[in-house]
Design a binder for this molecule. Structure first.
Ligand code: FAD
Length: 454
């Protein structure tokens, strides 16, 4: 953009004053608000859409990854804590698959019903006394000093408001608050190239008996078609798998790039719009192929193309430590552990997905250090979820749902401790945080796994 105009200064009504202001209702924001609310803190969660779940609902994922680790060859649910309540709620709603083997049959994932997840998450938050403000887009902030946020500015159908708070938690996935506040961040690899986004869709009307294990044959059918006709599918390693009701399958096989081949950016207004159009076109084209060649899909149809393009990586906000690929592959321990991550590196590179696992027979998870959710320079802010302090390759693993729940839960409790003890998040007593997390059932990676809930 070349030209600029001056926006007139204006006064803004204060919507409310809170102990904890959470922006973003993805897994990280849900867990953060739930923990802060349960701790008795006056908490608001601000979400731009009319439902929770983040990419898990808005981008149509319908599968929790990173809840499980392959611990010395035994698949174990190592992400514990508030996620237990979410899973239990989904179970009660008959909306949760049993964990299934994913990615080369080396790690478990768990599918859920998207509508039920929205309801389960919001009911848990409301029961914890959290105020949920939907259809509210965080658009900027004011500061009370160089290092402190005073208020989040939100746009609603009623107009612009300020939401004042004592601690802010950035669960936007994009590090929006951190960037506006002036915290340092990185984007992409050493050349600034991020992971590629995908648009997901769900297929209904599948004949499960005729389809059989079509999740194994569809990738082969695509490869054969490419070799036979020269047609190019958006990427290798397509994932097309059944949901709880096997007439419905989820589809993760698109890859969204700009005309020059670079990944569409989740924080570029025009690229996002271009990407949505391209994502729907790829969805329709790939589905048409699957329907034409796959037994059991003759009467299938797309029941939903996800409401928004799935963004995997934008800003990664710098804390005092960056979780790296070496930490993940080396199953590294940290004294300030707030939970664990057992998901492999899942790099969505041009035309393909590259998976790298911790060595076979290893412990299978790394600890997540508290330092990655405490940004540099800003004293009353946490940054949780996929925009936390990780290297590009580290984020390729620890961006999935399990670690995001863990980061969020730690931030919610740490906010309570910081407010109670009158210190900044950087200065809280880590042992106190860890004791509170353990009391809430979180597995920090320093105990036996055989008694963990499955
Ligand atoms: C295509 C795709 C497939 C994936 N598949 C899986 C999978 O199968 N399993 C898995 O576990 N993970 C998967 N992931 C990773 C997934 O993105 C993360 O697990 C997770 O959703 C990140 O959580 P988060 O809370 O950090 O951010 P998000 O889930 O991105 O949530 C951010 C939330 O903040 C809201 N928000 C953003 N900006 C603002 C603003 N300015 N104002 C108000 N609200 C705002 C958004 O609407 C959203 O609700 C996939 C990702 C993609 C893109």
């Amino acid at each position: 953009m070349t030209s600029r105009i001056v926006e007139p200064q204006r006064e803004v009504d204060v919507f409310g004053d809170y102990d904890v202001v959470v922006a973003g209702g993805g897994p990280a924001g849900i867990a953060a608000a739930l923990s802060a609310g349960r701790a008795g803190r006056k908490t608001i969660l601000i979400e731009r859409y009319g439902f929770l779940g983040g990419a898990g609902t808005a981008a149509g994922l319908s599968t929790f990854c990173g809840l499980h680790s392959n611990v010395y060859g035994t698949h174990t649910r190592t992400t514990q804590g508030v996620v237990n309540d979410i899973l239990q709620r989904l179970q009660e709603m008959d909306a949760l698959n049993k964990p299934h083997l994913s990615v080369q049959s080396r790690i478990q994932a768990q599918a859920y019903d998207i509508s039920a997840y929205k309801i389960a998450a919001e009911e848990l938050l409301l029961e914890a006394g959290v105020e949920i403000l939907y259809h509210a887009f965080a658009a900027g902030l004011t500061k009370s000093s160089d290092a402190a946020i005073e208020a989040l500015l939100i746009e609603t159908k009623e107009g612009r408001f300020a939401v004042t708070g004592r601690i802010f938690i950035d669960g936007s996935g994009d590090g929006d608050l951190a960037a506006w506040a002036g915290a340092p961040y990185e984007i992409g690899d050493e050349n600034g190239v991020t992971l590629y986004p995908s648009t997901m869709y769900r297929i209904n009307g599948v004949d499960p008996v005729a389809a059989g294990r079509a999740w194994e044959t569809i990738p082969q059918l695509m490869d054969t078609e490419e070799q036979r006709t020269g047609v190019k599918f958006p990427r290798k390693q397509p994932i097309v798998r059944p949901q709880k009701n096997p007439i419905e399958w989820r589809s993760n096989l698109t890859q969204i790039s700009n005309p020059d081949g670079s990944p569409v950016s989740g924080i570029d207004a025009r690229q996002l719009s271009y990407g949505e159009v391209q994502g729907r076109r790829q969805s329709w084209d790939t589905f048409s192929f699957i329907k034409r060649v796959t037994p059991g899909f003759e009467n299938a149809y797309i029941v939903e193309i996800a409401p928004q393009i799935g963004i995997r990586e934008t800003r990664r906000v710098l804390g005092d430590y960056q979780l790296s690929d070496a930490d993940i592959l080396g199953c590294k321990d940290f004294e300030d552990s707030i939970g664990v991550n057992g998901w492999p590196i899942e790099a969505h590179i041009q035309g393909a997905v590259k998976f790298v696992f911790a060595p076979e027979g290893s412990r299978g998870y790394n600890q997540i250090p508290y330092r990655i959710i405490v940004p540099q320079k800003i004293d009353n802010l946490f940054v949780v979820g996929r925009c936390a302090s990780m290297t590009h390759d580290g984020q390729s693993s620890a961006r999935v749902t399990g670690p995001c729940f863990s980061m969020g839960q730690a931030a919610g409790i740490a906010a309570d401790i910081a407010l109670g003890d009158g210190v900044t998040p950087r200065k809280i007593n880590i042992r106190k945080l860890q004791d509170r997390l353990k009391a809430d059932g979180v597995f920090l990676g320093d105990a036996r796994v055989d008694s963990l809930a499955s």
